[in-house]
Design a protein around this ligand. Structure first.
Ligand code: NAD
Length: 339
């Protein structure tokens, strides 16, 4: 059975990826995760499957990587592990440089060493991606509110230590394709939402504060725009990109769901008004707070390359996805918070 290394599989997107694909695909998935504050094994619902193995460890630990690559001879690496929260990157950039840049380099290099041993590494016509690097649209910087979109040709202009560290890792991945020929594909996705996202992120925070009847903090004037994608749609995009993606290429993934932050907060409050009418109107809890330094104004993705070349498309609309998401967090917080 082919073995795939998934890094960061105890985090938000990695766990949704494993929960979706471990039961459906005939691969052995090895999840390497350091279990930082952002990783939680409870996110993984497939731990009892025979084709799933968990390894606790750091992608910066090169002797661990050596052992794992030797033992499992990974056919593919799907690389999610990262420090991912922009606010933390402002207060504590060190971990972002270490994990996102050095960690990605370590994984690329071990993938390259293993691939060099492979009898197929000169049969380019048979090659599929060996390394799928999961990245973000934040590497492109910020857009005006003028209808423009990030394409794969948009120059990189990262503005936060988080996006700068991801941009660096994208460039190192690119160099491993161009210099060494390692079959790398990179995906740059817009903001994800859905189950198992860490409490610190925008949508879980809005829901949690609303049901706790606490102020819902919204940065600045709430007019910043993000392009939202339901997490399973991202996971489906990664699956297509790793199987069908053209080597050395990057693919933007996004749901054409541009929404102002204030719209997101108001929409969630309206859903909660329906689900918990005794506490309405939840939107009265919204409170504007001092803006994040260097806050990018607008992100918006042109996903036509992955749609046209690989046949990817989002299944969820924002309206269907956000309703499911609010219901999921309501259940979670009913169990975990003293409401
Ligand atoms: P997350 O913070 O929820 O999860 C990250 C996981 O990586 C955690 O389980 C953590 O324990 C693990 N990890 C951190 N440092 C590690 C290390 N040194 N070694 C091993 N494991 C380590 O992040 P997420 O939101 O699931 O994002 C996953 C990937 O997708 C990241 O690369 C991120 O840049 C990218 N991405 C995220 C979004 C989004 O909206 N969340 C959008 C586009 C791209």
């Amino acid at each position: 059975m082919t073995t795939i290394l998934v890094t960061g599989g105890a985090g938000f997107i990695g766990s949704n990826f494993l929960n979706l694909w471990v039961p459906k695909q005939k691969y052995h998935f090895v999840n390497l995760d350091k279990l930082t504050y952002a990783g939680d094994l409870n996110n993984i619902k497939v731990s009892n499957y025979d084709n799933y193995t968990f390894v606790e460890g750091d992608i910066c630990d090169t002797s661990l990587l050596e052992t794992l690559f030797k033992k499992y001879k990974f056919e593919k690496v799907i690389h999610f592990a990262a420090e991912s929260h922009v606010d933390n990157s402002i207060s504590n950039p060190d971990a972002f440089i270490r994990t996102n840049i050095t960690g990605t380099f370590n994984l690329l290099h071990h993938s390259y060493l293993l691939w060099m041993e492979s009898p197929f590494n000169f049969r380019k016509e048979f090659e599929k991606a060996r390394f799928l690097h999961v990245s973000t649209d934040e590497v492109y910087g910020t857009l005006e509110n003028d209808g423009s979109l990030f394409t794969e040709d948009t120059p990189y202009a990262p503005n936060s230590p988080y996006s700068a560290s991801k941009a660096s890792s994208d460039m190192i991945a690119r160099s491993y394709f161009h210099t060494y020929g390692l079959p790398v594909v990179t995906t740059n996705c817009s903001n994800n939402y859905g189950p198992h996202q860490h409490d610190e992120k925008l949508i879980p925070t809005i829901i949690r504060k609303a049901i706790q009847k606490q102020p819902i903090p919204i940065y600045g004037d709430g007019k910043n725009i993000r392009d939202w994608l339901y997490v399973d749609d991202h996971c489906k995009g990664i699956d297509i990109a790793v199987k069908e993606g053209k080597l050395g290429e990057t693919y933007n993934i996004g749901g054409k769901n541009e929404r102002e932050n204030i719209y997101i907060a108001t929409k969630i409050c309206e859903i909660l008004d329906e689900l918990k009418p005794q506490n309405k109107p939840h939107k009265d809890l919204i409170e504007y707070v001092t803006d994040r330094p260097g806050h990018d104004f607008r992100y918006a993705i042109d996903a036509s390359k992955i749609e046209n070349e690989l046949g990817w498309g989002a299944d969820e609309t924002f309206e269907s996805g956000i309703k499911k998401t609010v219901q999921w967090y309501l259940e979670k917080y009913n169990q975990t918070l003293n409401l």
